[in-house]
Design a protein around this ligand. Structure first.
Ligand code: TXA
Ligand code: MG
Length: 341
């Protein structure tokens, strides 16, 4: 199929054209504030199956449902605790996904057989407008081929999805750059399943207790049952092997300089780029600027796939604030093989 390019800044019918495709049961890539998503009508099993096919996504990995108003959460979820409303007031619209017991309105194709559903109200104006214009909630995973780094520009999406989906709405580069925070409210205690655009510190300012799932820190075996099925798959992975060096930034930069082979790629904080002249190099942004690091991470990981490098050495921020999400993506790209200084 030919993937239509739609751009709301040059075409005032772009959102309506995309919404008509969604209503016809097609898959459309849309920008969100975190990463691009592959959207389809969340209540149509046939449409949702097309998402899995386009991505090559394992059937047991559930999708997040994107909403534009609270009444949609009430339609999709049951047993909604007060904490969910408090979190929605604090962080919606925005990069927080809440996992709640699902209603019968959510097909098994979306929840991948679980009794829960992840819901999020994105803040990106194009995503919000598309949900409203479509007249339905939108199931949408990140718009990358399964296993590859997420997509933060329309060009990234086309690299993976051209010819596989009906259309893409181009909204420029995503501002957050890492995916939403996934928080389960379906158990006794709120549990962080994936760190993301809303930080653990921000969640703890609203909730008394937040547990952190061990999948954030270690690889999960294929055979294990986990709270977030997506956690067990190799993720965010460029073609090359990724070697993460963690610790004080100056020490890690010097360690990489001393240990890398001349043909190896380097992903480093901007301050240390001069140490690696001649290397195939991408920078993450300043070591003190987590917002920029999050925005640039997936673009940098994807860019290495256009090079010949077999090994990428990378620095990694401390796991505080947005650094927890960035470090998690880097560690997952490395299959949790890390050198800590
Ligand atoms: O920022 C984001 O969340 C982006 C944009 C497009 O909204 N979406 C995204 O979706 O990252 P995806 O499918 O790439 O990642 C969703 C993660 C997966 O790890 C999945 O296993 C988990 O959320 N998840 C979804 N529904 C779940 C559920 N009911 N219970 C536990 N985990 C769930
Ligand atoms: Mg994803």
């Amino acid at each position: 199929m030919t993937t239509k390019r739609l751009n709301p800044t040059t075409d005032k019918h772009a959102i309506e054209t995309a919404a008509a495709l969604i209503r016809a049961g097609e898959v459309v890539a849309m920008p969100t504030e975190t990463v691009y998503g592959l959207a389809a009508n969340a209540e149509s099993p046939d449409a949702v199956r097309k998402i899995f096919k386009a991505k090559g996504r394992p059937q047991d990995n559930p999708l997040i449902v994107h909403i534009a108003q609270m009444s949609q959460m009430q339609r999709l979820c049951t047993a909604i605790p007060d904490a969910a409303y408090a979190l929605a007031r604090a962080f919606w619209p925005g990069p927080l996904t809440m996992v709640l017991p699902k209603s019968n309105a959510v097909p098994d194709e979306v929840s991948a057989g679980l009794q829960t559903v992840g819901v999020r109200m994105p803040s990106h104006p194009i995503a919000a407008a598309l949900i409203r214009a479509s007249g339905c909630a939108l199931a949408a995973p990140s718009a990358n081929l399964s296993g590859r780094p997420s997509t933060t520009t329309a060009a990234h999406v086309l690299q993976d999805m051209d010819g596989k989906i009906a259309a893409i709405v181009d909204g420029g580069a995503c501002t957050v750059g890492v995916e939403s925070t996934v928080l389960s409210l379906a158990g006794d205690v709120p549990r962080l399943l994936r760190p993301g655009g809303v930080t653990l510190e921000q969640l703890r300012a609203v909730l008394d207790t937040v547990e952190v799932d061990r999948a954030l820190f270690e690889p999960i075996a294929d055979t294990e049952t986990v709270s977030a099925p997506g956690m067990k798959y190799r993720h965010y992975a460029p073609r090359a092997r990724v070697m993460v060096v963690q610790g004080d930034a100056e020490k890690t930069a010097n360690y990489i300089k001393a240990h890398r082979n001349p043909a190896d790629g380097v992903l480093c904080f901007t301050e240390y780029a001069p140490l690696f002249s001649g290397a195939i190099l991408k920078t993450l942004g300043s070591e003190t600027d987590l917002d920029t690091q999050a925005q640039k991470l997936f673009d940098a990981l994807r860019a290495f796939d256009d090079t010949e490098v077999q090994t990428i050495w990378t620095q990694c921020p401390e796991s505080t604030g947005l650094g927890l999400a960035i470090a998690n993506r880097i560690q997952k790209a490395a299959g949790f093989h890390m050198i800590t200084l």
